[in-house]
Design a protein. Structure first.
Length: 477
């Protein structure tokens, strides 16, 4: 069979606005590369391609011409909430262009709303819910053999005009059984992360874990509560492919919570050092402030970790408790202090406009960004993504302003989209202004500028800093 996997074309400027969009990330759709690898392993005769319409800057017409040339039997689209509208338009175009092609939707958005998505998209044939590798392979087997799909766990579809939800598929227990993502099908030379994630390109994404046991109320978890990690051997095999085949200078471990299992991370660090990997690449990761200790950080530093992104979210303990973040202000302060002491850069994610957040609490968060003094911050506006506890809490109230999924953007302050969610008593324009102010007040400090001068080494970074600074400057406060 001929299978084409597509990442729909939602560009960086669609998401971050005209100015900030210039430094927005263009990242590998790893989900599609995982699927392609699984198909290759189990269905050797298939022809598979991935079209990353974002990286390739494909317009609808380009995609149409491409599909007319290649004529796939099955097209699969991976869909996050903000790309839903673009994905919808794309499938209608595909159906018009290739009426016999089977169309499959997967990824976070259709996994959260399988029934509604089928109702709203008569041209979608199947929805794959959750982890897609084995589900998609089994679905393809059934389609090719013209069997009934009722035994394929984890799909939703229409039968005799009615929507059928098959039995759910359990998460993959041993994630080492998943083949290494087929990056050779991606335009790897086109990917650039956001400036705060790398010093020197090429810098590529990699995942070493799936699942997160924490309960943050704003988080939509694709991979469930059960934490699973790859073995050290499997991780290093993939790292070596990135270094040797794709000439990676850096790796971004984009796991939700990289350090959940400290012993495993220590073993990984030791193996990186033993194999000399720490001399070939730098790496960065994301984790929680309650999941680091100074000795763990020391080992990470030695193994090549140059920066860590922490989810801080707020400078107010009341709000941290409310969103079930499960961390304390003291833990935040400790983690940033230790990380700085061992010589790893710190980056802090903050959220503006949390439920019930007062103007004074927003200001307190702004002060906290400076007191904590990380190397970088990112302040986004709270968006209740479907499938989260926060969404369920607000969906029937008038604080949720819209179900236009394309507006579910956390960068509304920059992109001029309307705010999706405005906590009671707060003003949308005020929140948008505050998002810009938090960032500008942080970045336009002499201390920040002087500290960052040391990184202005490559044309890439000079351009990124210039565009980032310009975007911050241009935004009206
Ligand atoms: C890397 C990443 C990014 C990257 C790249 C995104 C991309 N296109 O892949 C960047 C930085 C660009 C990004 C941006 C955003 N992201 Co993001 N991101 C992630 C992260 C950390 C990893 C994604 C990943 O590679 N996962 C690993 C692969 C294996 O999983 P997967 O992509 O989900 O694919 C599996 C299944 O979903 C399924 N599947 C996926 N596609 C398809 C297609 C078919 C046909 C089939 C059958 C199956 C299938 O099978 C795959 C294999 O099991 C996830 C968190 C996470 N743990 O997944 C958040 C996550 C996907 N992001 C999220 C969000 C909210 C955003 C933003 C909206 C944030 C913002 N600031 O505005 C933007 C939107 C970007 C956009 N284009 O619309 C949410 C999605 C929520 C939602 N309802 O859609 C997540 C889940 C984070 C979270 N916990 O809340 N993100
Ligand atoms: S925000 Fe991070 S720590 Fe919290 S539940 Fe989501 S993945 Fe887990």
């Amino acid at each position: 069979m001929k299978i084409t996997l597509i990442q729909p074309a939602l560009s960086s400027s669609d998401r971050y606005g005209k100015h900030l969009g210039k430094v927005g990330p263009t990242c590998e759709p790893l989900g599609l590369a995982y699927l392609a690898a699984a198909i290759r392993e189990r269905r050797e005769d298939d022809e598979i391609e991935i079209i990353d319409a974002v990286a390739l800057k494909y317009k609808s017409e380009d995609l149409k011409n491409h599909l007319l040339r290649t004529k796939p039997d099955v097209v699969g689209l991976g869909v996050l909430t903000p790309m839903y509208l673009v994905a919808k338009e794309t499938i209608d175009m595909i159906h018009e262009t290739l009426p016999d092609c089977t169309i499959v939707f997967g990824g976070p958005h259709p996994s959260i709303f399988p029934e509604i998505t089928l109702e709203e998209n008569p041209n979608v044939d199947y929805i794959v819910i959750g982890e897609g590798e084995w589900t998609f392979v089994e679905l393809l087997d059934s389609l090719e053999n013209k069997c009934d799909v009722r035994d394929v766990k984890g799909i939703a579809y229409r039968k005799n005009g009615k929507i059928v939800m098959n039995e759910a598929r359990p998460f993959v227990k041993d994630i080492d059984e998943l083949p290494i993502p087929a990056r050779d099908l991606l335009p790897m030379e086109l990917y650039r992360p956001a400036p705060t994630y790398y010093i020197e390109a090429p810098s590529y994404l990699m995942l070493t874990t799936r699942g997160c046991p924490f309960m943050c109320s704003y988080c939509s978890k694709v991979f469930g509560q059960t934490f699973r990690h790859h073995s050290v051997d499997r991780i290093l095999r993939e790292v070596n492919i990135l270094i040797n085949k794709y000439e990676a200078k850096e790796i971004i471990f984009r796991d939700d919570t990289f350090t959940i299992n400290a012993d495993h991370v220590k073993n990984l660090c030791k193996a990186m050092i033993n194999q000399g990997i720490h001399k070939k690449i730098r790496w960065t990761c994301m984790t929680r402030v309650n999941l680091v200790t100074k000795d763990l950080l020391e080992e990470m530093k030695e193994a090549g970790c140059w920066s860590i992104h922490y989810g801080v979210e707020s400078g107010n303990q009341r709000l941290l408790n409310l969103i079930k973040k499960g961390i304390t202000i003291q833990q935040i302060q400790n983690a940033f202090k230790w990380t700085r002491e061992v010589g790893i850069e710190t980056k802090a994610f903050f959220m503006i406009g949390l439920p019930t957040e007062t103007p004074e609490e927003t200001l307190r968060t702004m002060e906290f960004t400076r007191e904590l003094d990380p190397d970088w911050i990112q302040a986004t506006i709270t968006v209740p993504y479907p499938g989260t506890a926060l969404y369920n809490l607000v969906k029937d109230t008038d604080t949720l302003k819209s179900f236009k999924w394309e507006d579910y953007q956390t960068w509304a302050g920059w992109s001029d989209t309307d705010l999706i969610y405005v906590p009671e008593g707060r003003d949308a324009d005020d929140l948008k202004m505050l998002q810009k102010k938090v960032m500008r007040d942080f970045y336009f400090r002499p201390k920040f500028i002087l500290r960052q001068l040391k990184f202005l080494k490559t044309p890439d970074r000079i351009k990124a800093y210039f565009n980032g600074g310009y975007a911050l400057f241009k935004s009206k406060s």
